[in-house]
Design a protein around this ligand. Structure first.
Ligand SMILES: [Mn+2]
Length: 429
């Protein structure tokens, strides 16, 4: 029996006023897709099975290094965060897992498991943190962690990752994501080769402790917090790491961690082709970093990424990348942002499923550049909202995510019991 935070009657009442129009829109889209030889129900089924993980830290209000402006009713601890995640899952029916961050979410693993299973939520990848100092730790990560010059610091960082694996084993996670902030701010500050050697040795120690059915994801990021050089800065270095470590090691692609104008969909294709694409952190960006909501700036790029994923799905056996949202909500209610982002990721997937793959292949092989790109445009320009909304409706979710969430009064309710978190401090998430 799954507990519901939002009263199902609230969702039903909101859906009731929209259902007739949705059915008309769905039927009309079904008819148009049928003319293109596409069965709408088959697309809906795939969309309904799709899930993207919500990061626990995403439900808190984010900030920049300058300031953080708290929101109302922010979660006080991981158990509040799990409840917020349950709301997102209930309304979207597209986020069945939560990704934890240690030490931010440290709690009794059995309690964590209980709290999540109450809402039928599972746990996605564990995220370690050696980019900040935890209270009371012996060595500081100011000058690096897994790649630090100092051995005691590296050992401590390894130990922390091993602890994340242990916690993950208890709660049913199957993966560890490692992102480090290690790098340098000045030319000459570090020796690139020595630093990378330290990193690889540390990762080998972590990899050795990985259970057989787990995956290890390394995440690259071009810059920040180190601004001159970063140890794991791009997909090339990331590929070397995954290759060096072994079969359970994969690259994680965060859409925001690339140089401007980089062709991310091609990186996706390359990593998939060589069996090293582990998964994604979805978000969007205009200039740099990874802070904006997925689909908010460049939905066409998100579609092109999914176009490669659908291609890879058909091309390679056992292709199962992990999907997670990773974005910062500074000016919105995080639940609202995460719901709409989950839907936008799902939308890109649905659009990619509409691509006429046979036609595309024929155009490519006939050197018909416009014909090929038209195959993509036709799919991208199809409004798939009725498919997404129908998938939600049939699973007990909301036809209109924002309206239903706002009508539920959830934020006001939690604001009454969760005290406001102090403003003024800078904050990253
Ligand atoms: Mn990320």
């Amino acid at each position: 029996m799954t507990d519901h935070i939002i009263q199902p009657t609230t969702i039903e009442a909101e859906n009731a006023s929209r259902e007739a129009n949705l059915r008309r829109d769905y039927d009309s889209l079904g008819e148009r897709l049928d003319r293109r030889g596409i069965a709408i129900d088959a697309i809906k089924q795939k969309v309904a099975a799709f899930s993207v993980a919500v990061p626990s830290w995403g439900v808190g209000t984010g900030g920049t290094r300058f300031a953080r402006f708290p929101g109302k009713g922010e979660p006080r601890d991981i158990f509040d965060k799990i409840e917020d995640c349950a709301v997102i899952a209930q309304l979207t029916q597209a986020t069945r897992t939560v990704s934890l961050h240690i030490p931010w979410d440290k709690a009794d693993p059995n309690r964590l498991k209980q709290a999540a299973s109450r809402f039928n939520l599972g746990f996605d990848a564990m995220n370690s943190n050696t980019f900040a100092d935890a209270k009371g730790q012996m060595q500081s990560y100011k000058f690096g962690s897994l790649s630090a010059a100092d051995k005691a610091t590296r050992d401590q960082a390894i130990e922390h990752n091993l602890e994340c694996i242990e916690i993950g084993k208890t709660i049913g996670s199957k993966a560890l994501t490692v992102w480090i902030g290690d790098g340098s701010n000045f030319p000459g500050q570090t020796n690139f080769a020595t630093q990378f050697e330290h990193y690889l040795d540390s990762m080998k120690a972590i990899y050795a402790a990985l259970p057989d059915d787990w995956r290890l994801y390394s995440e690259h990021k071009m810059y920040e917090p180190a601004f001159y050089s970063t140890v794991v800065q791009d997909w090339g270095t990331n590929y070397l790491i995954a290759k060096e470590l072994g079969d359970k090691a994969f690259c994680l692609v965060d859409l925001g961690h690339h140089a401007p104008n980089v062709n991310i969909e091609m990186i996706v294709s390359r990593l998939a082709q060589f069996g090293k694409l582990g998964g994604f952190h979805f978000n969007d960006s205009k200039y740099g970093d990874d802070d904006l909501d997925a689909g908010a700036i460049d939905p066409f790029r998100l579609f092109l990424v999914f176009n490669e994923l659908v291609d890879a799905e058909e091309r390679y056996a056992d292709f199962a990348p992990a999907h997670m949202l990773d974005q910062s909500h500074n000016v919105t209610d995080p639940i609202e942002s995460l719901m709409l982002s989950a839907a936008d990721v799902q939308r890109a997937y649905a659009q990619a499923l509409l691509v006429d793959r046979k036609g595309l292949k024929a155009a490519q092989e006939g050197n018909d550049a416009l014909g090929a790109t038209q195959a993509l445009r036709l799919a991208y320009r199809t409004d798939v909202e009725p498919i997404l909304a129908m998938a939600r409706l049939e699973q007990g979710g909301a036809i209109d995510l924002l309206a239903t969430y706002r009508a539920s009064g959830y934020r006001q309710k939690v604001a009454e019991v969760r005290p406001e978190i102090a403003a003024g401090s800078s904050g990253i998430v």
